[in-house]
Design a protein. Sequence first.
Length: 159
Amino acid sequence: MENDAFSDEDFFRALSRSGARALLIGRRALVALGAPVMTADYDLWLHADDIEELNAIFEPLGHHPNHDPATARSRGRYVIENGERVDVLVARASSGHAGETLRFDDAWERRRALEVRPGLSVQIPCLADLITTKRWAGRAKDIVDLQFLEQLRAAEASP
């Protein structure tokens, strides 16, 4: 299936309207922060209780989940797609190879709204938590992403 009309703006508006507690993570979060990187998909970390709300708002855009909510909860992740892919993490907590554990509720509490278009914001983890999420995968491309995030954090800490 292909939905050529789907855009970042459609995605962010739908996410905002959903009422779901969802954090944009991964490279799309870095792009929103101004990183000169590319990615082919969206990555969300969603509160496990909000799967139905998120799925319902993407349905009119022709995007459908690959698992029902109960299966997604038991697996800890699922995908919404139709031309664009949205990887959705629904774990209440996650940890990476280094053992850094982050609870969704803690990341949500520390989140920040990032304006992606005038009058349109997306929720992302604070920089420290976004750094933690980037460490989870441990891929080579994440090293470059981590360097960018560390530079941002240093710039924010400078007077």
